[in-house]
Write a protein that binds this ligand. Structure first.
Ligand code: 5AD
Ligand code: FES
Length: 348
């Protein structure tokens, strides 16, 4: 590997930042030695703050209805073939019960932007989970809402919020979303979530159609500026019933490289090794942990609805019970030298 790339990796490790040209040098280099060098530095940064711990979040995909029409997503409004479902409050609570007894201390309520779940209904669900599990973190991942709605759900007991920015480039955003969706509004939501007191996560797909190095550099700069506590990144994977059905999937290697780079930029970040990464590459989640990720998000949704929450094709773990997934994950994680822990896993 060229010596100047080692120097860049050192600079990133020491300062947590690089110039645009330097980021480009790292992103464009395919040398496996650079991957390993970045990953080794990312692992030691992670371990300074989190030792060998891997945090688990129980993902409850509670609605597959969505009012949005993002071109990449399998549950987009116009996909007539998508199977739609909604979980009731009792069904959601029963997922939490199962999760709690399996050791989960964070529940992530994720869904499409479904107007059925008004502020009243959502606040009722969040409030009941909060009452029943005072020792657990409640994370929401329910898209763009009004400022007062974010505030109300925080007041009801939600602690964290995941809203991927998807891309920090306005034109690229425009090519992934219909005109009715606004880049500015999405970014505004992230700042409002921060103001409402949430622990906030942003993130992007890697290898989404039209994405180039310049876009990724903008993502890195936005992430540096916003300083999210959590960063969710997975490879883009085409879904057969979308306009992007014939597009190429993102790359495992580039996803891993970005995990390492972001770990070095934000040493304390909570970074999941995503299900999309595990779908693209059977060892993707383990590789994600070795690249600097420290979170896994197994599915707690009822098996009867799992296949219906289909954002992309061939998603893994759609046939297994939660207990089965967690047993499998524990085994897989222990082989990497890391260890699943069952505390809330707040940011260090
Ligand atoms: N491939 C990979 N990730 C996807 N998402 C949506 N569709 C896809 C896809 N086809 C991601 C988006 C969204 C998150 C919930 O899932 O980044 O924010
Ligand atoms: Fe779900 Fe292995 S993690 S079955």
């Amino acid at each position: 590997m060229k010596p100047d790339l080692y120097l860049l990796a050192d600079k990133l490790e020491k300062t947590g930042n690089l110039t645009d040209e330097e980021f480009a040098g790292i992103l464009l280099c395919d040398d496996p030695d650079l991957f390993e060098c970045l990953a080794a530095k990312a692992r030691s940064k992670k371990e300074e703050h989190y030792e060998k711990k891997v945090f688990i979040r129980g993902l409850i995909e509670f609605t597959s209805y969505c009012r949005n029409n993002c071109y990449y997503c399998g549950i987009r409004r116009d996909n007539r073939k998508a199977a739609r479902y909604r979980l009731s409050k009792d069904e959601i609570l029963s997922c939490c019960d199962t999760g709690y007894s399996l050791g989960f201390r964070t529940f992530v309520l994720q869904g499409g932007e479904d107007p059925y779940y008004t502020d009243d209904i959502m606040a009722g669900i969040v409030g009941d989970i909060r009452d029943r599990y005072p020792d657990c973190a409640i994370t929401l991942s329910i898209g763009e809402r009004e400022k007062h709605s974010y505030q109300r759900l925080a007041d009801a007991g939600a602690d964290r919020y995941l809203l991927r920015h998807e891309t920090a480039d306005r034109d690229h955003y425009g090519s992934l979303h219909p005109e009715e969706m606004s880049f500015d509004h999405r970014m505004k939501c992230l700042w409002e979530l921060r103001k409402a007191g949430y622990t906030v996560g942003c993130g992007m797909m890697i290898g989404s159609p039209g994405q180039n190095t310049e876009h990724l550099i903008k993502d890195l700069k936005f992430i540096k500026e916003f300083e999210p506590e959590m960063v969710g990144m997975g490879p883009f994977i085409p879904h057969k019933d979308t306009a992007f059905a014939d597009e190429k999937a993102g790359s495992t290697q580039l996803t891993l490289k970005l995990i390492s780079v972001i770990r070095l930029m934000l040493p304390k970040a909570l970074i999941p090794a995503t299900t999309a990464l595990g779908t693209l590459d059977p060892a993707g989640r383990e590789k994600g942990l070795m690249a600097g990720a420290n979170v896994l998000m197994p599915n707690l949704s009822p098996v009867s609805v799992r296949k219906k929450y289909s954002l992309y094709d061939n998603k893994i773990c759609t046939g297994e019970e939660a207990a089965e997934c967690i047993r499998c994950l524990k085994e897989r994680v222990s082989k990497t030298g890391y260890e699943i822990v069952t505390d809330r896993g707040d940011p260090a």
